[in-house]
Write a protein that binds this ligand. Structure first.
Ligand code: C2O
Ligand code: CU
Ligand code: CU
Length: 477
């Protein structure tokens, strides 16, 4: 096999690798990068061609039949896989992606979480059926983390994501303090399956935001992750659902959060639960149960985000709807014990953003009955620039939700730090690009405008809300 061909191509040809196998990405330099992957649990890896620091990947949006829980389901896929194949790159690489639209509808693609030139991440681009478009951008220093890709065609985003179009991007750093722990990806999503096909939501569901009835982890229903006894595994979670929130807890009690949207935190943070709104990512450490065969799981506790059904039922906001936790995936320990590994106390330094001169007020508002979703009183217009900012400056955005539902606020390209929520200082520093803003809440963000000039969108990541106009245009110059 030629050295430029990433060896994961082997799996495309149907090899059966043991769980936890380490796949080595050959490079033209002397350094080799090992990508821990678990083919039995994770989505397929994208076949990548590496020449020097340039990595080329092809993504074909195509209708295909995949297996969900043993049954064939027709979905919209990238390269025939659901979730789409995971792209693995390193900081400093240049990623080239050839996108081909083999669907019968228009589409496009967005690199969620990556700061790339505006013309390589244009939400107004249309790739018609039969069309192709090549994207190329550098993975900047500091971009290490768990990111993802999905279509961003205004009006069709919820429908295309709900029917299967999304995949993860793992950006590795050369000096990863968690390199000694195992590393596993878990893409969370949901789907509605009717007559053997994944379908989009109905018009009447758009105010709430479409939620599919089948909850999936890496395209599977309640899969099991196998660890070695004593092993500590880093799990990268992506919420790729169109609207569903995941409120995660471990049946073993307690979660150790080590990463967020924009990569690692400064220190591991102990938490009893973790809310993952659509678009958000997190990295947690899972300890294999000492006892062989004992099942530990990651559960979804259920979360009331203020949808109309909950309002009608007279339920109080943010209460547990279903105390019976439902398992997202199980974890078992098997085989020979893992070599001991201890977590570092410090993983990274996250500098506090410099104080900003400018404070912007951003108001999210909704009228559930008329399906009217706005930002600062307006619905999206791609010809209208809503905000202008200066490259190199840092701004504070005070994002207020005057509605009755939660809205996960997302900004393209520029990562931010959450300063406070309703005046309550955020517990720890993290780089984020999506933050849940609860009904009635004001969340203040510090946003350094670093990188590239151009137009970017910000929007609610309940994708129906975005499609209905809860989106604005920012121009940075
Ligand atoms: Cu997940 Cu505008 O994006
Ligand atoms: Cu995005
Ligand atoms: Cu919303």
């Amino acid at each position: 096999m030629p050295s430029w061909l990433v060896s994961t191509a082997l799996c495309v040809l149907g090899c059966a690798q043991p769980a936890g196998v380490v796949v080595t990405l050959p490079t033209s330099e002397s350094a080799l990068v090992s990508v821990p992957t678990d083919p039995a649990f994770e989505p397929a890896l994208a076949t990548a061609l590496r020449e020097g620091r340039t990595v080329t990947v092809s993504l074909q949006a195509v209708r295909a039949t995949v297996r969900v829980d043993g049954a064939p389901v027709e979905m919209l896929t990238y390269n025939g896989s659901y979730p789409g194949p995971t792209i693995v790159v390193r900081e400093g690489d240049r990623l080239v992606v050839q996108v081909e639209n083999k669907l019968t509808e228009d589409t496009n693609i967005h690199w969620h979480g990556l700061n790339v030139p505006a013309d390589q991440d244009d939400a107004t681009l249309v790739i018609p059926p039969g069309g192709r478009h090549a994207f190329a951008f550098d993975l900047r220093t500091g971009s290490a983390g768990t990111h993802w890709y999905h279509p961003h065609l205004h009006g069709q985003v919820a429908s295309q994501v709900a029917r299967g179009l999304f995949g993860a991007i793992r950006v590795l750093s050369a000096d990863d303090p968690l390199a000694g722990a195992g590393d596993t990806l878990a893409v969370l999503s949901d789907a509605r399956i009717e007559a053997g096909a994944a379908v989009a939501g109905q018009a009447a569901e758009r105010s709430n935001g479409f939620e599919g009835e089948v909850v999936l982890v890496n395209g599977r229903v309640r899969p099991t992750l196998t660890l070695k006894p004593g092993e500590v595994r880093r799990i990268r979670l992506v919420n790729a659902a169109a609207s569903r929130y995941f409120r995660l807890a471990s049946t073993a009690g307690g979660l150790e959060v080590v990463g967020s949207d924009g990569g690692l935190l400064e220190h591991p943070v102990a938490a009893t639960e973790l809310l993952l709104a659509p678009g958000e990512r997190a990295e947690v450490l899972v300890n294999a149960p000492a006892l062989e065969g004992k099942v530990l799981g990651l559960d979804d506790l259920g979360y009331d985000r203020g949808t109309a059904a909950h309002i009608e039922a007279g339920m109080h906001h943010h209460e547990v709807l279903d105390p019976a936790a439902s398992v997202l995936f199980g974890v078992v320990a098997e085989g020979s014990p893992a070599p001991p590994w201890s977590r570092p106390a410090t993983m990274r330094t996250i500098l506090a953003p410099t104080a900003s001169a400018r404070v912007r007020e951003i108001t999210l508002s909704e009228d559930h009955l008329t399906q009217d979703f706005r930002i600062n009183g307006r619905t999206f217009d791609h010809d209208r620039v809503d905000l202008q900012a200066r490259l190199g400056e840092t701004e504070t955005w005070a994002v207020s939700n005057t509605g009755h539902m939660d809205h996960p606020f997302h900004l393209h390209a520029f990562a931010f730090q959450v300063l406070d929520r309703n005046g309550q200082r955020e517990g720890y520093a993290a780089w984020k690009d999506t933050v849940n803003v609860r009904a009635g809440e004001t969340v203040r963000l510090a946003i350094p405008f670093d990188g590239y000039a151009g137009k970017r969108v910000f929007h609610c990541h309940i994708l129906d809300h975005e499609d209905l106009g809860m989106m604005g245009l920012l121009e940075v110059n």
